[in-house]
Every structure is written in C-alpha cells, then in structure tokens.
Design a protein around this ligand. Structure first.
Ligand SMILES: [Fe+2]
Length: 229
C-alpha cells in the first residue's frame, strides 16, 4: 500500500455483517473514520518524501526513526489505517464459530481452550479504558500474545505481528449498541472470519521463521568474519 495511502474497499457489502454490525455503522466507520486516518496520514507525510518511500509498517515498527515533527501523526493515523485495514479483513458474513487446524491448536495450547481464549480476549477488550483495541498477535518467538493498545497504537510498534483485533472505540458500536460495549463484543464474535485469521497466522509464522533464518545467517556471517579478521 504505497503513498498516497487509500482506504481499501470492504471485502464484503456494507450490510453483510448484519444483524451483528449494522450497515450504518459500517458506512460511518469505513467511509468517514477510516478515511480520516488515511487523509491525515497523507497530509502528515506530504512534505516528507523520504518517509513516503518507506513501507508504512516499517515506520510503525520503528517510530523513533520517524521525524519527530510527524511522529505522533504517523503513530495515530498510520496506526489507524493499518488497524482498520486488518479489522475489515478479519470479519465477514457467515462467519463466527471456532478456528480449526494449526491456529486452533495454538490457541488451545496457549489459552487452555478456545472458550478460555474467547473469555480472556473479551475481558481484555472490556478492560480497555476509553478508546483502543484488543489483539491476538504473534511474537518474535512464534508465540501467541493477547494484548491491548490505547488509541490507534498498533502491536506492530511493540514488535508483534497482529493476527486479529477488535476495535473498541465507541465509533465502532455506538449507533447500534450505544454504551454497551459488552453487547457489541458478544455480537462481534459472530462475524470473526477465522479463515482470514488462520491465513494471517500462517503468514506471520513464515515471517517469524524467515526472520530467525536471517538472524542465524547474520550471526554465522559475523562468526565467519571474526575468524577471518
Ligand atoms: Fe475504528
């Protein structure tokens, strides 16, 4: 997704997540809120061609490398863009239920059972004070990690690869559920697209595996150079 960034189309119609996530919320959330993050991100980067040329995920993974004048804007609006892009992808119609395969095994191994994971994830999402997200991510050791972030901070900035996340900003549920975040979360599990999360899990494991190979090669190279010196 190169600069200037664009809001991706939803991978399904606006009404596809009814009755769990209503059509009006999807329009506002995708067409107004996500667009605002993208517009503000593009504006922040407008006078920084060097930063425009870098992958957005690289900026978010190393925020300290972003010029201070636009660091907060990249953190908030770049985070908003990648978080929402992932959010649309891990939801879908005729979804919900439980994961299967390697992802199901990993969740059971880490959290005891799928039900226990669901419970812990929901509690984490309920516990976010104000606006933010709850996440399931993969860490650099290939372990599943449950975490929350405030505002539009992304797990990427904490060295994690997010597999799925739930938006608990009020803009994601207020029209239908008003202040009842718990009711929204209960409904949200019915639209989680586990096939999409499983694809993210596989991709993240490959990425972690490749990074480890690169690290081992770099270490081997350093040992070789040290011997030759
Ligand atoms: Fe949102």
């Amino acid at each position: 997704m190169p600069y200037p960034y664009k809001v991706p189309d939803l991978p399904y119609p606006y009404e596809a997540l009814e009755p769990h996530i209503d059509t009006a919320t999807m329009h506002f959330h995708h067409d107004k809120h996500h667009l605002a993050y993208v517009t503000n991100l593009n504006n922040a980067l407008a006078n920084y061609p060097d930063q425009q040329a870098r992958p957005l995920l690289e900026l978010l993974a190393d925020l300290n490398s972003v010029p201070e004048a636009i660091r907060t804007a990249v953190r908030n609006h770049g985070g908003g863009h990648v978080n929402h892009t992932l959010f649309w992808e891990i939801m879908g119609p005729n979804a919900g239920g439980e994961p299967s395969g390697a992802l199901a095994d990993a969740i059971a191994a880490k959290f005891g059972s799928f039900e226990s994971f669901k419970d812990q994830f929901t509690k984490a999402a309920m516990g976010v004070f104000g606006s933010g997200w709850a996440w399931l991510s993969l860490d650099a050791n290939g372990e599943l990690v449950l975490s929350t972030t405030p505002n539009q901070d992304t797990p990427i900035s904490a060295g994690l690869i997010p597999l799925m996340g739930v938006d608990v900003w009020e803009h994601s549920y207020y029209l239908k559920y008003q202040n009842l975040r718990g009711e929204y979360l209960k409904a949200w599990w019915n639209v989680v697209n586990w096939d999409a999360v499983a694809v993210n899990y596989t991709a993240a494991r490959v990425a972690v595996g490749l990074a480890n190979v690169v690290d081992r090669l770099a270490a081997a190279w350093e040992r070789l150079v040290a011997k030759l010196a």
